[in-house]
Design a protein around this ligand. Structure first.
Ligand SMILES: [Mg+2]
Length: 416
């Protein structure tokens, strides 16, 4: 079975997506997600100019060899653009192999290890009443684990909070969606936000105290620090949140400096999740070997596909570290489906992030996965169980959109 065609498909049904579709000489097609939020066209060009020409004529069954060929063969290793491109090829080839076998992909990865994937949703509110409404809304929709983000007094717009009109200029603008936070805004340049870490550290423990008092001790609660703290600030936050028994505290520091997590770890028993901006197993080496985190955050889409991410999860499993894959709406339904199949199969699944895609997205990406009782599950359709509708996609051309940038109150650039 040889690769006859590989197409880079760019569409924007609610938000921008880059998709790779590979077709074999006997007409089997496979899809891979190559979406890199705010840098979409760089991955599209990498694929079109430097990867697609190398794929034509290759044996579609040789997934591992193709992965190594694109990783080692480029000489220039790692990085989000390269690894999203490799991920798209890898995922599309797994989709093809599973379709050729007539099996849902998870069967080729070892079969089911569980009934479904526990997911968490994003609740947010500028103030507590809105936050409580948002949590209740998620519980009514079946969510059994909730990420909590709130506004910070004195800051006009804060990461993860959707309830201000300011934050709702993305895919849900003009709709009645109240709380679906969409950080990427359609604009020629990124929106600028401002940040004050001390104000944040003062405010957040009281928010979690109020949420626990309102919703009780059982509901798993998560929180994302979005890379904004120093190691000492992160240690302080982790410690101050211990009474509220978080499921995890995410991205407390910019974790390129993996050794910094030693200090955080020494000071708090709050579980830590890191890695949504990481791309390879090398980015986790110290974090995993020294057991400095509890959950690995990389998604299939940005970490070299099923092949790359499975290797990271297996490595993590020997240290009792679990999966907690990134799953915002900029991971396309193709990337999400890949996450579901991989999550069903691995022994060390933890939780899956799940923000539901907009209806327009589902008109382009025809999915078969299900969400019920707070769990995602794959259907029995062969492959990934997603088809791409070219006609529907044609109505949604690419439009520049960027994640915001972040400045401290004195104007200095800070981590967003
Ligand atoms: Mg995050």
């Amino acid at each position: 079975m040889f690769i006859e065609k590989a197409e880079v498909l760019i569409s924007s049904p609610g938000r921008n997506f880059v998709t790779l579709r590979i077709t074999t000489d006997d007409g089997v097609t496979g899809l891979g997600d190559a979406t890199l939020n705010g840098r979409e066209l760089a991955v599209a060009a990498y694929l079109r100019e430097h990867v697609v020409p190398l794929l034509i004529g290759r044996d579609a069954h040789r997934i591992e060899d193709t992965w190594q060929y694109l990783y080692k063969g480029a000489y220039w290793r790692r990085g989000p653009v390269t690894m999203a491109s490799i991920a798209a090829v890898d995922t599309a080839l797994w989709d093809i192999k599973a379709k050729a076998a007539g099996l849902p992909l998870y069967q080729l990865l070892g079969g089911r290890s569980r009934d479904g994937l526990l997911v968490y949703g994003h609740a947010s509110g500028a103030e507590l009443p809105e936050l409580f409404d948002s949590i209740n809304e998620h519980l009514e929709e079946g969510y059994r684990a909730i990420r909590v983000q709130t506004g910070i007094p004195g800051l006009p717009s804060v990461y993860g909070v959707a309830s201000s009109a300011n934050a709702r200029t993305g895919s849900d603008a003009g709709t009645d969606a109240r709380y679906d936070y969409e950080p990427a805004r359609r604009n020629a340049v990124p929106v600028e936000e401002s940040w004050d870490t001390r104000a944040y550290l003062r405010h957040i423990p009281g928010v979690f105290e109020a949420v626990r008092n309102e919703f009780g001790p059982e509901l798993p609660l998560l929180h994302d620090g979005h890379h904004r703290m120093t190691p000492m600030q992160a240690a302080k936050l982790g410690k101050s949140l211990e009474p509220y028994d978080l499921f995890w505290l995410e991205d407390v520091t910019p974790a390129e400096n993996q050794e910094a997590l030693r200090l955080v770890r020494q000071h708090t028993t709050t579980p830590l999740a890191i890695g949504e901006v990481f791309n390879t197993i090398w980015d986790y080496k110290t974090l995993i070997e020294e057991q400095l985190i509890d959950y690995v955050r990389s998604p299939v889409t940005h970490a070299g596909g099923i092949t790359g991410l499975r290797r990271i999860f297996d490595y993590a499993s020997i240290y009792q570290i679990k999966s907690g894959a990134h799953g915002p709406t900029d991971v396309s339904p193709v990337g999400l489906s890949a996450a579901i199949h991989l999550g069903l199969a691995i022994p060390n699944f933890g939780i899956q992030e799940y923000m539901r895609h907009a209806p327009a997205t589902h008109e382009v990406f025809r999915t078969t996965f299900t969400f019920a009782n707070g769990m995602l599950d794959a259907a029995d359709a062969p492959g990934l169980g997603v088809e791409y509708d070219d006609e529907a996609a044609a109505a949604h051309p690419y439009e520049a959109a960027y994640l915001p940038v972040n400045r401290l109150l004195d104007g200095s650039m800070h981590d967003w």
